[in-house]
Write a protein that binds this ligand. Structure first.
Ligand code: PAF
Length: 289
């Protein structure tokens, strides 16, 4: 009865964990649940995850929660775009079934702190070095959301490739029965990877930002013939000469371990990872090599 109701009425919006859990209990095992956790400020990249989820699930759940414990920078947290009304409108327009919009109290009933995780060293590379505690925060919220939503499949973009690998590890180590699906990076026409943070770019920084992906594409081309150290040097030079974009790091790493590579080995798959400041906005991107 409930299932036909869910299929025929408008999207359900839950703020309370308990009420969502009751709905999930009625669906679980009967309908496949596809889940997309988000921090809101939804864009076409998020919507593409929903489209992907729709292929293999009959109930789509999207959470919107700006998770405080994954921010290492208070200013970044308070400036994170919040566009709930528009987000819900967008979710309705693409046929999302359930939106979960909890308050911090619902997620962290006693204290806003993260659990500490070991992800076999994945957490110590790249973003782990630059954003202290970030992956403990991500692990805490994703584990909690999985416990509440109990999805069959959960969808994450490859833009945050390190996060994607860490979530796969989280699921494996904690034996959480969910399939993690990685989805290709969704880009603007000019190549800039879609991100909620893009809306905070000034006009001149927005115009400059496609240079990041252009550099990644050239680095990929160079990877066919040049050494990693030469490519690292070349990328650093590109940004030294750039008036608006400041390179935080560029790393070529083994896709599995995420450890920085200095030599190419035939059996391994590599990816180039980049973080750039466009004014105050931190932009992240990567490319398969
Ligand atoms: O990628 C994000 O938007 C967030 O890190 C996530 C997975 C929703 C957890 O807060």
């Amino acid at each position: 009865m409930l299932l036909t109701v869910i299929n025929s009425i408008d999207m359900l919006v839950f703020e309370k964990t308990k009420l969502l859990q009751e709905k999930i209990a009625a669906i679980k095992g009967i309908k496949k649940i596809g889940f997309i956790p988000t921090m809101g400020a939804l864009h076409k990249g998020h919507l593409s995850l929903i489209q992907e989820a729709k292929k293999n699930n009959s109930i789509i759940v999207v959470s919107i929660f700006v998770n405080p414990t994954q921010f290492d920078n208070k200013e970044d947290l308070s400036n994170y775009p919040k566009t709930l009304e528009n987000d819900l409108k967008l979710l309705r327009s693409v046929g999302c079934d359930i939106a979960f919009t909890p308050s911090a109290k619902e997620i962290y009933p006693t204290k806003i702190v993260s659990q500490h995780f070991h992800f076999d060293g994945l957490e110590n590379e790249m973003e782990g070095k630059h954003r202290k505690g970030h992956f403990d925060g991500v692990g805490t919220i994703v584990k909690r959301l999985f416990e509440i939503v109990k999805p069959d499949n959960a969808y994450f973009g490859e833009k945050d490739f390190q996060q994607l690998q860490i979530i796969k590890k989280l699921v494996l180590k904690n034996r959480i029965p969910v399939q993690i699906v990685g989805c290709k990076i969704f880009r603007e026409k000019d190549g800039l990877a879609m991100s909620s943070r893009n809306t905070r770019l000034t006009k001149k920084h927005r115009l400059a930002a496609p240079f990041i992906y252009q550099t990644l594409q050239k680095a990929k081309e160079k990877f066919k013939t040049e050494s990693i150290s030469k490519i690292n040097f070349w990328v650093a030079q590109q940004f030294k000469e750039h008036a608006l974009l400041e390179l935080e790091y560029f790393t070529i790493a083994d896709e599995k371990t995420l450890k920085e590579s200095f030599r190419k080995r035939k059996q391994k798959n590599y990816r180039a990872f980049i973080v750039v400041f466009a004014g105050k906005i931190r932009l992240i991107d990567n490319i398969e090599l």
